[in-house]
Design a protein around this ligand. Structure first.
Ligand SMILES: [Zn+2]
Length: 97
């Protein structure tokens, strides 16, 4: 769920709470003094979670801005070697074993 910022009317400072986008209130009780804390209008904080799904989402979004660049061919290993394939069309007409 996204985090929303609230500011206490009595000067306690800011507080953040997580609400679903459909249920975010305009006011909450200040966690410091219990007075009214009004919602600050700002961009909501999404995509900063620590779950594996959020890390994957952030890593996927990062590839759009800064894709990794390959500087060398991956090393050959078992299962990575390819048999040479002929591109000569006459070879297709040869009898198969
Ligand atoms: Zn307060």
């Amino acid at each position: 769920m996204p985090l929303y910022g609230f500011r206490c009317d009595q000067g306690c400072g800011d507080a953040e709470r997580a609400f679903s986008m459909a249920s975010v209130p305009d006011r909450i009780a200040c966690p410091g003094c219990g007075a009214v804390a009004r919602r600050r209008f700002e961009s909501i904080a999404v995509g900063h979670g620590r779950s594996a799904a959020m890390r994957l989402h952030d890593a996927t979004a990062a590839t759009a801005d800064s894709p990794r660049v390959t500087s060398s061919v991956p090393p050959a290993g078992p299962g990575r070697t390819r048999r040479p394939v002929s591109t000569d069309p006459r070879h297709r007409r040869l009898p198969r074993p």
